[in-house]
Ligand binder design. Structure first.
Ligand code: FAD
Ligand code: 2HG
Ligand code: ZN
Length: 472
C-alpha cells in the first residue's frame, strides 16, 4: 500500500519532488533546536495549491498523516513527524511566488513558501514596509509565520502575524481548497475562518497563500542601547517612550547582563557596546515618516528626561545604519549563543507588565534555591511583556543529564508562577509537540475542550499534524 502511495505521489509531483532516500529526508526530520527527530514515509515538495489538495486527498484515503512544514525554524517541534514512519512531511518551500503587490490596497499576496526576508526585501524595493521581523527571517516562511502566529520585534507597533493578515487560501483536511484571499480590512460575514487557521500550527488546514498588509516605509530610524539597573526602571522607561513617542516607538527589547555575557562568550564580536555590560540593556528603535532630525531630536529629549529621572545610567545612539544593525544582531544572537552553549530549557511567556518585576524576582529566587548554579538567560520583547525566560544548566554539569532530571519540575515551577501572575505559557512560539501537556494543564478545561471540538470538527480523521497543540 505504501509503495503504491509513493508511486501516486511521484506521478502527481514528479519523482524528484518525492524524497524517500534517508539522506534526502534527513534535513527535514529534526527540528531547529535538535530536540525532536522523527521518521517519515516521504518528504513531499508540491509546487501548486492543486497539488497540495491532491496530496491531502490521497493521504486521507490511505489514513496517512501529514506534517506541514515551512522553514523548519519552529522552536516547539511542531513541524517534526513522530517515530512511526507512517507520516509524510509536506514542505511548502517550492510554493514561493509573490502573486501580487496591490499598491492601492497596500497589500501583498504571497504563497506559503515565501521566505520572510525575501518578502521584506520585495516590499522595500517598492517603498513598502512588511513589518514582521524575527531572528529566523532568513529561512522561516510566511506559511510557518501564519501557522505559528509569529511575533518578533515589531509587534509593539504593528502587531503579531495575525494582525498583518487580511486573507488566506487553505487546503482543508478533506483536500478542499478554501479561497479566502480577499484583501479586506472589514468583513463580518459570520465566523472568522482566517483567524481559526492562523496560529493553528498545521492542525486544522494547510495554508497555501495569504494576503498580507503593507505599510509605508519609514524614512528615518534611530536605534539606541540604554543601561538600566532594574526591570522596574526598564518598564518606567517603556512607559515614558510610549507616552512621548507614541506610534513612533517600533522596538523595545530587553537583554540581561547574563544573556549578553553568554553572547560575548560565543561571539566576541557581539560584545555589549555599553560600558561594563550593565544589569539590563534595552534596545530601543524609533521610526518616523518625517525628517531624520525630527525623530533624532525626540529621541534625545526622551533620553534626557530618562537620565534626569534616574531611569537610565548610560546610552549609545547608533550613528549609522551599520551600527544600528550591529545592535540588532547582538540582540538576535542570544538564541544562537544559547544553542552553542548546549541544550537549554526555553520558556516563552507573557506576563502583564505590572507583574513582571514580581515574576522575575520570585521565580529567580525559587530557581536558585532549588537548582543552585542554574543560569537564567533572560531576554525578550519587553514592549509586549514577552519574556524568553530561558534556563541554562549550571556550568560544569551535563546539559542533557540536567535537563532530563529537572526539565519537568522546572517547567512546572515556571508555569505555576506564570499562572499566579495571570500570564501565558506560550507568547509567540506556539505549542507544537513540546507543550501539548502544558496546554492541557494551563489553558483551562472549557477552552481546551473547545479546541478539541474544533479539531474533531475540521479534521475528523486526525490526519493534519496529529498530537500537536491538542491530542484528541
Ligand atoms: P516551521 O518551523 O516549518 O513550522 C512551524 C509550525 O507551523 C509547525 O507546526 C508546522 O506544521 C506549521 N506550518 C508550517 N507551514 C505551514 C503551512 N503552510 N500551513 C500550515 N501549517 C504550517 N518566533 C517568534 O514568534 N518570534 C521570534 O522572535 C522568533 N525568533 C526566532 C529566532 C530564531 C533564531 C529561531 C530559530 C526561531 C525563532 N522563532 C521566533 C520561531 C520560528 O522562527 C517561528 O515560529 C516561525 O514562524 C516558524 O516559521 P517556519 O516557516 O520555520 O515554520
Ligand atoms: C527571540 O526573540 C526568539 O529571539 C527566540 O523568539 C527566543 O531563543 C529564544 O528563546
Ligand atoms: Zn522572541
Amino acid at each position: 500500500m505504501k509503495q503504491s502511495l509513493i508511486e501516486q505521489f511521484s506521478v502527481l509531483l514528479g519523482k524528484q519532488y518525492v524524497l524517500i532516500a534517508d539522506e534526502d529526508k534527513a534535513p527535514y526530520l529534526t527540528d531547529w533546536r535538535k530536540r525532536f527527530t522523527g521518521k517519515a514515509l516521504a518528504v513531499l515538495l508540491p509546487k501548486t495549491t492543486e497539488e497540495v489538495s491532491a496530496i491531502v486527498k490521497l493521504c486521507g484515503s490511505s489514513h496517512i498523516a501529514i506534517i506541514p512544514q515551512g522553514g523548519n525554524t519552529g522552536l516547539c517541534g511542531g513541524a517534526t513527524p513522530d517515530n512511526s514512519g507512517n507520516q509524510v512531511i509536506l514542505n511548502l518551500k517550492r510554493m514561493n511566488q509573490i502573486r501580487e503587490i496591490d499598491a492601492v490596497n497596500q497589500t501583498i499576496t504571497l504563497e506559503a513558501g515565501c521566505i520572510l526576508q525575501t518578502i521584506q526585501e520585495n516590499a522595500a524595493a517598492k517603498s513598502y514596509l512588511f513589518p514582521l521581523s524575527l531572528g529566523a527571517e532568513g529561512s522561516c516562511m510566511i506559511g510557518g509565520n501564519l501557522a505559528t502566529n509569529a511575533g518578533g520585534t515589531n509587534v509593539l507597533r504593528y502587531g503579531n502575524t495575525r494582525d498583518l493578515c487580511l486573507g488566506l487560501e487553505v487546503v482543508t483536511a478533506q483536500g478542499d481548497i478554501w479561497n479566502g484571499l480577499k484583501g479586506l480590512r472589514k468583513d463580518n460575514t459570520g465566523y472568522d475562518l482566517r483567524d481559526l487557521f492562523i496560529g493553528s500550527e498545521g492542525t486544522l488546514g494547510i495554508i497555501t497563500a495569504a494576503v498580507m498588509k503593507l505599510y509605508p516605509l519609514p524614512i528615518s530610524q534611530w536605534t539606541t542601547l540604554v543601561a538600566t539597573d532594574s526591570i522596574v526602571s526598564a518598564i518606567s522607561l517603556l512607559n515614558l517612550f510610549q507616552k512621548r513617542a507614541a506610534s513612533l516607538l517600533t522596538g523595545f527589547e530587553m537583554m540581561t547582563q547574563e544573556s549578553l555575557a553568554l553572547n560575548e562568550k560565543h561571539f566576541p564580536q557581539m560584545a555589549n557596546p555599553l560600558k561594563g555590560n550593565p544589569p539590563f540593556t534595552i534596545l530601543i528603535e524609533l521610526s518616523d515618516h518625517e525628517s531624520e532630525e525630527h525623530v533624532r531630536q525626540l529621541l534625545e529629549i526622551i533620553l534626557e528626561e530618562a537620565f534626569t529621572a534616574n531611569m537610565i545610567s548610560d546610552a549609545v545612539i547608533a550613528s549609522n545604519l551599520s551600527q544600528a544593525n550591529s545592535f540588532w544582531h547582538m540582540r538576535e544572537h542570544i538564541t544562537l549563543a544559547q544553542a552553542e552553549e548546549g541544550a537549554n530549557l526555553k520558556h516563552d511567556i507573557t506576563i502583564p507588565l505590572s507583574s513582571l518585576d514580581r515574576f522575575i524576582k520570585e521565580t529567580d529566587a525559587l530557581m536558585r534555591q532549588k537548582y543552585p548554579g542554574v543560569r537564567m538567560i533572560n531576554f525578550g520583547h519587553l514592549g509586549d511583556g514577552n519574556l524568553h525566560y530561558n534556563i541554562a544548566p549550571p556550568l560544569g554539569s551535563d546539559p542533557k543529564v540536567f535537563n532530563q532530571t529537572h526539565e519537568k519540575a522546572i517547567y512546572e515551577l515556571v508555569f505555576a508562577q506564570v499562572e499566579v501572575c495571570q500570564g501565558s505559557i506560550s507568547a509567540e512560539h506556539g505549542v507544537g509537540q513540546l507543550k501539548v501537556g502544558d496546554l492541557r494543564a494551563h489553558k483551562g478545561v472549557i477552552a481546551h475542550e473547545l479546541m478539541k471540538t474544533l479539531k474533531r470538527a475540521l479534521d475528523p480523521q486526525n490526519i493534519l499534524n496529529p498530537n500537536k497543540v491538542v491530542s484528541i
